[in-house]
Design a protein around this ligand. Structure first.
Ligand SMILES: Cc1cc2nc3c(=O)[nH]c(=O)nc-3n(C[C@H](O)[C@H](O)[C@H](O)COP(=O)(O)OP(=O)(O)OC[C@H]3O[C@@H](n4cnc5c(N)ncnc54)[C@H](O)[C@@H]3O)c2cc1C
Length: 402
């Protein structure tokens, strides 16, 4: 079924323009915006003004990166694509009425909507996790952890950091703590992971390599252990004695945001939005869901490069839908994932294979530099300054490393 069109008129040409609203403007939403033509009246809505490069936020813990290195101004990027950016919290998507409604009650009518709202922290209902542990989900979170670590390192007595989650985020967090504070024997780091080993979904060689790097350091791994409660000074475990914690970092993964259920895009709380292979919602024909928020028929890893690819695919499919043409299925092109372990190692994971080498850190940095330049090509003063700052920041950050 092709949705009914209620296009607006272009102020410059007087021609009618179909209205597209994009909710969420990070990897997936921004890629979609940048691939939608100017013949559409596109409104891009996000609650925050900055695009954030999440795959390197762990480097804020050691100071290798600064906040500004990892952010780009959404208003400028969206304007350059010829569209309108609105900073607002979206409360609901009313697909049958064709409108996005913000928490302040503003309505944005659409002919097609692209939903790219990512995920929220999965705390598994652990009491105190949302109040007493610091999330590892955004630039501000990681900058806050960086400041807390710096303050702890100045303390005279012993102190303890607990990382909840031994997935790739937990491993990257540990690596950055060791990069900056690995020579402080009074600082103990505990990593708690419910699975039987670190990065349970990846080849076991990574678990072995990380443990080997940490053999003579003040690091304890508690695998096969669940957190039952978090208080300001303790992390309680299902396996006995609570861990004292001066700083608890939560890297427990992501789950679907409530907005998806509230908007009828999923059937129950915590479920990703159900989409067809063409990324169209199975519940509403005028909505596409992309990036982490999409629950594809064949599940994919929640990764930035898939989110970028989905953004491009959804932009094309919105154009096809509005022109009454057949949609194309999303065909992900798989890439290896680079997981950094501070200055000690970097792992390239491709399926069941893994390559480990500190030299791979340069590849991770190159992906960051190149993709940021693709998202924000250095064509004007602001973008050029940003690119130069990121490049110089990279050199400064490497000098910081032992
Ligand atoms: C610490 C960390 C490290 C990672 N490392 C890697 C890596 O090395 N490689 C890799 O490929 N992937 C990595 N990822 C995963 C990757 O970052 C995600 O897959 C990617 O961010 C998903 O993009 P997205 O656009 O779907 O969602 P997000 O990037 O989460 O963006 C969602 C956007 O929607 C906005 N939004 C949400 N709800 C609303 C609302 N109600 N109203 C308005 N705006 C809203 C948010 O503000 C946000 O800007 C990492 C993730 C984290 C957290």
């Amino acid at each position: 079924m092709t949705p009914r069109r209620r296009a607006t008129r272009s102020p410059s040409s007087g021609k009618s323009q179909p209205r597209v609203v994009i909710v969420g403007a990070n990897f997936a939403g921004l890629a979609a915006a940048q691939h939608l033509g100017r013949e559409y009246a596109v409104t891009v809505i996000d609650r925050w003004p900055w695009f954030e490069w999440l795959p390197n936020i762990h480097e804020l813990l050691s100071g290798v990166k600064r906040r500004a290195d990892l952010r780009l101004p959404r208003a400028r990027l969206v304007k350059r694509a010829g569209h309108r950016f609105v900073r607002a919290e979206v409360a609901r998507i009313d697909a049958p009425a064709g409108a996005v409604i913000t928490s302040s009650g503003r309505r944005f009518p659409f002919d097609a909507c692209i939903v790219a709202v990512g995920g929220v922290d999965e705390t598994f209902g652990v009491p105190g996790a949302d109040r007493h542990a610091v999330s590892f989900k955004g630039v501000d979170d990681c900058a806050k952890i960086g400041r807390s670590l710096a303050a702890l390192a100045k303390r005279a007595g012993p102190c303890s950091v607990v990382i909840v989650g031994g997935g790739f985020e937990g491993v990257e967090a540990l690596g950055e703590i060791l990069r900056r504070y690995g020579d402080r024997p009074r600082l103990t780091v505990n990593v708690v992971e419910a699975g039987p080993r670190l990065m349970p979904g990846s080849p076991p060689a990574i678990d072995r390599a990380v443990r080997k790097h940490c053999a003579r350091r003040a690091v304890r791994f508690l695998t096969g252990t669940r957190v039952t409660k978090v208080t300001p000074a303790y992390v309680h475990l299902d396996s006995g004695k609570p861990l004292h914690s001066d700083l608890t970092i939560w890297t427990g993964g992501v789950k679907a945001p409530p907005l998806l259920r509230k908007s009828g895009l999923s059937d129950r709380e915590g479920q990703w939005a159900l989409v067809t292979p063409a990324l169209r919602s199975k519940r509403h024909d005028n909505v596409f869901v992309i990036g982490d928020a999409a629950g594809l028929p064949r599940p994919l890893g929640k990764q930035a490069y898939y989110a970028l690819q989905m953004g491009v695919c959804a932009a094309g499919n919105v154009e096809r839908m509005l022109a009454g043409r057949r949609l194309r299925d999303f065909k992900p092109s798989a890439k290896g994932m680079l997981v950094a372990f501070g200055a000690l190692d970097t792992f390239l994971i491709a399926g069941r294979s893994v390559i480990a080498s500190p030299a791979l850190a340069a590849a991770k940095e190159a992906v960051f530099q190149v993709t940021m330049a693709q998202i924000d090509p250095p064509l004007d003063g602001g973008a050029l300054r940003g690119a130069a700052r990121r490049f110089l920041g990279s050199a400064r950050g490497r000098l910081l490393s032992p």
